[in-house]
Design a protein around this ligand. Structure first.
Ligand code: ADP
Ligand code: MG
Length: 321
């Protein structure tokens, strides 16, 4: 299939977003400015670096790449609207596989009425998919990570370590409890867009999405807000069958594994019970995992385990180390 028939096959026949004036089909897309602020982010997924063909079907590659990007919009409090997809296609990938990547993106995009408004298609040695997302947020409802204050409650949505557990199951075949659940969390993650969208009534709430692990995400909030974050090890939420995995893996995955695409945040303690009610209605599981303290302004994260305080290293998956 040539570039032009690929573009034809992914071109939408209608637009979901009222602000879209021109999508795919000209030299660039055109969006009419709305009253909201525009929030945009880009993420790149490279075969062999971000995913392996033996643990991800092409559909998962597209679905997960867009999910990871949407997770960043959720962490800003933004509502997704558009995406652009730039793809490098090697000769070893079939037309059907490429179509499946786009089908995966379309499935994720459809959940949030997003339009695919452009991209680029080129050939190359490794499959690489770079997605740009565009969303909207009301002026005063953006969720920056520099707004945490001493006394805030630290919370996280969902359960942690699941994605790494799923990857472990895929790469270490054996019999596991709830294997399908963990594998799904790895291949088809759900960004917490709906949760973020239901926080309109809160004036101050800090959010960061769990892409590199909560050790790293908590440190980013602590650094940006110039506070210390104190976490309680026995409060970190994990799946009820998480204890089937080796104990050092349990520890590593929940703090440093990442890719669960949950939201880590802080909220004034006076708003905590209201936040719990909002989450319960959706429903989204949220758990209080610690608090913000004033001790140090350099961005430290402590973890209390068996009555002792440890400094949690800011580590996670980093590419340039
Ligand atoms: P140009 O040569 O003017 O850069 P292209 O032939 O690259 O245009 O693209 C034509 C149209 O198809 C543009 O609207 C572009 O955004 C869109 N497009 C190209 N590749 C993709 C892709 N992988 N995903 C989505 N849209 C794409
Ligand atoms: Mg081009």
């Amino acid at each position: 299939m040539d570039e032009f028939s690929l573009i034809d096959s992914i071109k939408q026949t209608y637009y979901s977003q009222p602000t879209l004036i021109k999508g795919i089909g000209d030299d660039a897309a055109v969006i009419r400015q709305s009253a909201s602020d525009i929030v945009t982010a880009v993420d790149t997924f490279v075969e062999g670096v971000h995913f392996r063909r033996d643990t991800m079907e092409p559909f998962h590659v597209g679905f997960r790449a867009l999910a990871a990007n949407l997770s960043d919009l959720a962490a800003m409090g933004a509502t997704p609207a558009f995406y652009l997809a730039s793809i490098v296609i090697p000769k070893t990938w079939t037309e059907i596989e490429i179509a499946e990547i786009f089908a995966g993106m379309k499935k994720m995009a459809g959940k949030y009425h997003m339009d695919l408004i452009g991209g680029d298609t080129v050939s190359g040695k490794e499959l690489s998919l770079s997605i740009t997302v565009i969303g909207y947020v009301d002026h005063d409802k953006i969720r920056y990570r520099h707004t945490a204050k001493a006394g805030d409650i630290v919370f996280v949505t969902g359960t942690l370590g699941d994605s790494q557990a799923g990857f472990h199951i895929l790469t270490n075949p054996s019999s596991y409890d709830n294997a399908a659940y963990f594998i799904k969390r790895h291949q088809l993650p759900t960004p917490q867009i709906d949760f973020a969208a239901h926080l309109q009534k809160f004036t101050r709430i800090t959010l960061n999405d769990v892409s590199d692990g909560i050790a790293s995400e908590a440190a980013e909030i602590a650094e940006a807000s110039r506070v210390t974050i104190q976490l309680e090890d026995n409060r970190i939420p994990v799946h009820e069958t998480y204890n089937q995995f080796p104990s050092d893996s349990q520890y590593n995955w929940k703090y440093f594994g990442g890719e669960d695409f949950e939201l880590l945040g802080t909220v004034p303690s006076a708003d905590w019970s209201e936040l719990k009610s909002v989450a319960k209605l959706l429903p989204v599981r949220i758990t209080k995992i610690g608090k913000v303290i004033n001790e140090d302004t350099s961005g430290k994260v402590y973890i209390n385990k068996d009555g002792r305080n440890y400094t949690l290293p800011k580590q996670g998956y980093t590419h340039l180390k």
